[in-house]
Design a protein around this ligand. Structure first.
Ligand code: AMP
Ligand code: MG
Length: 321
């Protein structure tokens, strides 16, 4: 894996030159690893879709290193977007705003809007700054598969389809950004993520509604996504678990917090029951479990509040058949 490099100053500069020349760089953010290219270069962006096997109708998030940079990309920044950017950037919040013509259609899958985010990771911010361009980046995994929270996972699944993979260890948050669309004075939740929607509502003093426009406008809302190859089942009860154990030979049970006296192979998604910890561990535990030859992975749900929404959203899609 010659392309897997520690995220040193020198290697970030090298990666930035790869971006400028229209190549692909996988890099850490606080949420998951991203697969980046120059967002304003259509040929570079096309390589992202190709490397991931991502359908062209699925728009990309454009990453910036400052709030001001957004002005080059969008027609207008509504007052509420300004408040949210002030309050939560850099951080795991993506805003969908009216696109300017500077952003090529391939980046936004032909939509009249563009999704923008300023990531809270020093390596990501440096990479964008040194490149001198905004960076379009979806998660650095084959389309539909578990998102990567380590550079090794990127190397193992995308390999030499990426020019450079910058390694800065495991990502802190572990689930993707929360995506909010602001339009005509209303706020819509397109995807729950690393920033709890309750905090967004508090900041703008209004409800963030679930978006019902369907999969056309936000393909990230596809029903099946983030999926291991191994069958994943969300348990409704302990009986479900024992039924699976009767039916399959090797069952892995994932529990949100430590429990004792449970029969079978068990892994805890957190040591303390903290949802932040569950989110941070979720994808890498699914990734490892997927490579360990289980017949089925069973998981106990978490409460659907705060980060629990993002966790359950990922689990449901991962479990969808
Ligand atoms: P990923 O980069 O893999 O986390 O996915 C990005 C997701 O952001 C897409 O699948 C869409 O759901 C969403 N997205 C990106 N751009 C837009 C946009 N212009 N309008 C609505 N949703 C968007
Ligand atoms: Mg993704």
């Amino acid at each position: 894996m010659r392309n897997l490099l520690p995220a040193t100053e020198e290697n970030i500069r090298l990666a930035a030159s790869v971006i400028r020349e229209g190549g692909l760089v996988a890099f850490p953010t606080e949420t998951v690893y991203g697969l980046g290219a120059d967002a304003l270069n259509p040929r570079a962006v096309a390589k992202i879709y190709e490397a991931k096997g991502r359908p062209r109708f699925d728009p990309l998030i454009v990453h910036v290193a400052s709030r001001e940079e957004v002005l080059r990309l969008v027609e207008e920044v509504p007052e509420e977007a300004r408040i949210l950017m002030e309050r939560f950037w850099p951080g795991p919040l993506t805003l969908v705003l009216p696109r300017r013509d500077t952003v090529p259609p391939i980046t936004t899958a032909g939509l009249p809007t563009v999704a923008v985010r300023m990531p809270a990771h020093p390596v990501a911010l440096k990479l964008i700054r040194y490149s001198g361009v905004p960076i379009a980046a979806p998660s650095a995994n084959p389309f539909g598969y578990v998102s990567p929270t380590t550079a090794r996972q990127v190397a193992e699944t995308l390999g030499d389809r990426v020019d450079v993979i910058l390694d800065a260890g495991r990502t802190r948050i572990g689930v993707e950004s929360t995506i909010v669309m602001l339009t005509e004075g209303k706020a819509y939740l397109l995807r729950p993520g690393g920033l709890p929607v309750e905090e967004i509502e508090r900041a703008i003093g209004k409800e963030v509604r679930p978006y019902s426009g369907g999969e056309v406008l936000s393909p990230g809302t596809l029903k099946r996504h983030y999926s291991p190859r191994t069958r994943l089942v969300i348990l409704k009860s302990w009986e479900d678990y024992y039924r699976l154990r009767g039916r399959y030979r090797r069952v892995l049970l994932l529990l949100p917090s430590p429990a004792y006296g449970v029969e079978g192979e068990v892994r805890f998604l957190s040591e303390s029951g903290d949802l932040g910890e569950v989110a941070a561990n979720l994808f890498s535990i699914l990734y490892e479990a997927d490579r360990s030859g289980y017949d089925v992975i069973a998981v106990m749900p978490v409460p659907e509040e705060g980060l629990g929404r993002a966790i359950m959203n990922r689990l449901r899609k991962a479990a969808a058949r």
